[in-house]
Design a binder for this molecule. Structure first.
Ligand code: NAP
Length: 320
């Protein structure tokens, strides 16, 4: 089968199209024929070695497709089922072997490409808005990079919960996408702090959802109300330097958290609660999943370049 391998850590050029053996289903595993693989920022960290994985390895965490084989002791999934997953290393390929426990059934009414586009970023947006800081009716919150993959889904889920979204984007074109996703106010990054104060009569926002990191962190903390929540969930602009806890005191008893997917999908029930809600919202039209870019599998390097150069909007897919 064709697959994208990281032979050594580095820039997008290290991504090589290879001919690899089609995987077999081990104990507790299934093999899926991939209809679409999702591109995520974490893929760039794994490619570069920021999150080290022993090389060589086939990249990619997320996808959707049809089950072709099941291994021993798999009862929950059958050949022919349509499934999606967020944790299946090796997903930039025509087929992948994943743990059956990671496979989530895709309901009728949700196409494979939408499932691949929504599972990882959708679960992220879901846990941020419903669990990390559960948005309350009438809250103002900040969503950074609101035209991006997580950003557009998070904006919509905050609105479903009755919150108001102050969004940031880097260009007017991206601002239009954030508005279309439901953001109440969209500003450039350097205008966010003033806008947060103005929209809340000087009180500050209930939460900031910040996947940008280094370049936004200081203003994000400053935009919070007393006992507000800083949900730092990514580092698209680079990692945030170490911080003095007294800053949280000075900011007003602030809560700072650095959550990740694994902490919010701790067992099968939590995983399927989140995916059932997401797929349900997609099927009934309350959550719109926009696929901004589709790349042939062989063009994975170009996809990575575009993502890191801020040229993408919404979700990017690789099509094997
Ligand atoms: N913790 C978790 O569970 C979890 C799960 C999924 C994703 N994440 C994180 O969430 C963030 C967003 O992920 P995503 O996949 O949805 O990506 P994305 O938002 O579609 O793309 C990243 C966006 O960040 C913005 N950005 C701001 N400064 C940037 C810079 N210096 N370089 C590159 N981009 C910059 C850009 O939007 P503008 O051009 O509008 O600024 C860019 O389009 C990432 O940090 C990712 O690691 C975390």
């Amino acid at each position: 089968m064709r697959a994208i391998q990281v032979t050594e850590h580095g820039g997008p050029d290290v991504l090589a199209l290879i001919d690899a053996p089609t995987p077999e289903a081990g104990d507790g595993q299934i093999v899926v024929s991939i209809a679409a693989a999702g591109l995520n920022y974490i893929d760039t960290y794994q490619r570069s070695g920021t999150y080290p994985i022993e090389t060589p390895f086939i990249l990619g965490m997320e996808g959707a497709g049809t089950v072709r084989a099941v291994g021993a002791r798999v009862e929950s999934v059958s050949v022919g089922d349509r499934v999606a997953w967020k944790e299946g290393l090796g997903s930039y390929a025509e087929s992948v072997a994943i743990e059956a426990a990671e496979a989530v059934p895709v309901p009728e009414g949700v196409a494979d490409d939408l499932a691949a586009a929504a599972i990882l970023q959708g679960i992220t947006a879901h846990y941020l808005a419903t669990s990390t800081y559960p948005v309350q009716d009438g809250d103002w919150v900040v969503v950074h990079a609101a035209a991006g993959g997580v950003g557009q889904l998070l904006t919509q889920i905050v609105k479903l919960r009755g919150g108001h979204v102050l969004a940031t984007t880097s260009t007017p074109e991206k601002a239009e996408l954030a508005t279309a996703a439901g953001a109440d106010k969209v500003v450039a990054y350097d205008q966010m702090l003033d806008a947060a104060k103005e929209l809340t009569d000087g009180v500050g926002v209930a939460a900031v959802y910040d996947g940008v990191g280094a370049s936004t962190f200081d203003d994000s903390l400053a935009a919070l109300r007393i006992r507000g929540t800083m949900a730092l969930f990514g580092a698209a602009s680079g990692p945030v330097p170490p911080l003095d806890p007294q800053r949280l005191n000075r900011g007003g008893g602030l809560f700072l958290t650095r959550p990740t997917l694994a902490h919010y999908t701790r067992d099968r029930d939590e995983l399927t609660w989140r995916t059932n809600e997401i797929f349900g919202w997609i099927a009934d039209g309350s959550l719109r999943v926009q696929i901004g870019q589709r790349y042939p599998l062989a063009e994975a390097a170009a996809a990575h370049r575009d993502l890191e150069a801020r040229k993408t909007t919404a979700k990017s897919l690789l099509i094997p």
